[in-house]
Design a protein around this ligand. Structure first.
Ligand SMILES: Cc1cc2nc3c(=O)[nH]c(=O)nc-3n(C[C@H](O)[C@H](O)[C@H](O)COP(=O)(O)OP(=O)(O)OC[C@H]3O[C@@H](n4cnc5c(N)ncnc54)[C@H](O)[C@@H]3O)c2cc1C
Length: 196
């Protein structure tokens, strides 16, 4: 999910650093949007990221974070401005999960699975090791819709993403032929079954 966002809106450095690590599986990301008091209404999120020199000190909590126990990185939404409209002052940050002050607490579902977690941030110093901040002092409005579309499986489609190949007649013909082959195979199996 974070891949299409970086492809669409990241800097050249972010693309060069993060995208190969996503492809290789070296990085495993979790998504920090939901909070105990902010679900569908993301504008009510409260996790604070207070400026500290070049970077931020993070305090608050994220909840329902899928596979946070495995992730080495998190992309998340945090509040960097505390006055004005709640929709403004939200920043999209990329974090490293092994930063001191991050605690991942399992939430065990009724089925007994450990898939989701609550993640606590206690004075986490998020150091700016790479230029991986975007939309500071107000989320770049284009980011959230693209991310949510990607999450819903509809695909983010910033201009830089490749368009899906149109399905030409040749592809339709290939699909029809493979369907016919499957059908013919099934008929042959049925005939063999009768003989056996
Ligand atoms: C298995 C699982 C994994 C998840 N993983 C993650 C994750 O990795 N990261 C993450 O950030 N979140 C994750 N979530 C959280 C999930 O995306 C939230 O459930 C979601 O943000 C909704 O928040 P909520 O549960 O607080 O529901 P609420 O926002 O309280 O909504 C409750 C109900 O009210 C309805 N509703 C809310 N507002 C309105 C409105 N204005 N008008 C009409 N109806 C409304 C909703 O549709 C819903 O039916 C996960 C959830 C689940 C179940």
């Amino acid at each position: 999910m974070v891949g299409p966002c970086i492809m669409g809106y990241g800097t050249a450095e972010q693309k060069a650093f993060y995208l190969p690590r996503i492809l290789s599986g070296e990085d495993f990301w979790c998504q920090g949007y939901s909070e105990p008091g902010a679900g569908s209404d993301l504008a009510s999120l409260q996790m604070r990221a207070e400026p500290d020199g070049d970077d931020y000190i993070l305090n608050g909590s994220k909840i329902w974070t899928t596979h946070a126990q495995f992730a080495n990185r998190m992309f998340c939404l945090v509040r960097t401005k505390f006055e004005g409209k709640p929709q403004q002052g939200i920043t999209f940050l990329l974090l490293e999960m092994d930063a001191p002050g991050i605690t991942v607490q399992p939430i065990i579902t009724l089925a007994g699975d450990h898939e989701v977690n609550q993640v606590f941030f206690d004075d986490v110093a998020r150091r700016q090791v790479r230029p991986d901040r975007r939309g500071e002092q107000g989320l770049d409005r284009r980011q959230i819709p693209a991310r949510i579309r990607a999450r819903r499986g509809l695909g983010a489609r910033p201009e830089s993403l490749p368009r899906p190949r149109p399905r030409h007649g040749r592809d339709r013909g290939r699909r029809r032929r493979s369907r016919l082959r499957r059908e013919t195979g099934r008929r042959a199996d049925r005939r063999r079954g009768h003989r056996d």
